[in-house]
Design a protein around this ligand. Sequence first.
Ligand code: C5P
Length: 318
Amino acid sequence: MTEPLFTNDEEFDRPRLAAHGPVRVRVPAKINLHLHVGRLRGDGFHELTTVYHAISLYDEVTARRGDTLVLTMEGEGTGLLPLDEDNLVVKAARALAKHTGNDAHARLHLRKQIPVAGGLAGGSADAAATLVACDQLWGTGLSRDELAGIAATLGSDIPFLVLGGTALGTGRGELVSPVLVGGQSWHWVLAVADEGLSTPEVYRTFDALGGGSAGARSGPPDVLLAALRQRDPEVLAGALANDLQRPALHLRPELRDTLDAGMAAGALAGMVSGSGPTCAFLAADARHAAEIAADLEAGEVCRAVRTAIGPVAGARVL
Ligand code: C5P
């Protein structure tokens, strides 16, 4: 069903040599094919059982040698996102430097296509990319498991973005193990909202609306794993589930119109992605995805529409 974390580590078996030229790392967005929220824990996080799925919507972090730590950016969120110590990219670089005893010296540039606060883990993706980029720039040569360990201290879904693919997430989401589902590519259409949603607020609303069951499910949902193996999008459509959809719709009722529009355009399934507000629609194939995307673009139910395939690899040096 699942295999141990990060068994295939060849790509990370690099010599411990610092890079002289720029290191460019590409990192995907994620959706959750299944997101079961369990009890609220004493540390303020909820127990999760989730199936993460990395999709081909990418951010890029480029790391160059420098005398201090500097972050610049372009694309989604420019002018809105802080570029100081509050940015997850800066936090990730500092965390790796501290862990390895290096100076946190780098000039980092972020090219963002993943919407900010969209339920696609864009900020987490950037942190994952930074860990991989600085590891190479500084020649610290950490294994993927070690990078995932640092990632877990920075955010719940950052370890998954180091890994990529399709993976089971447990704990607060930071414990990930790959799900073996074969080589099938799934086709997705994403409807990006005008304004983001705050993840903590969506979780708070989940609790206010009645909260999760006493115990999180311990294993992945069999119906979803079977659907992934059957390679039939109609079957997968029936197995998608997200406990955070209800609170997201409560906070942003107009997302119902977006979901309805996607289904009216012929999507096999539609759901809020993670904590939202991006809506993800499953298509039968690439042409079907393009048709759904064109229909959604013609309507007025979202800011932007993207198509993507999944699963794809996690943060990787280009
Ligand atoms: O781990 P991350 O920084 O992404 O979490 C952001 C917020 O989302 C947390 O501060 C918490 O309010 C909420 N959260 C949660 N349970 C989780 C993951 C996140 O309540 N398993």
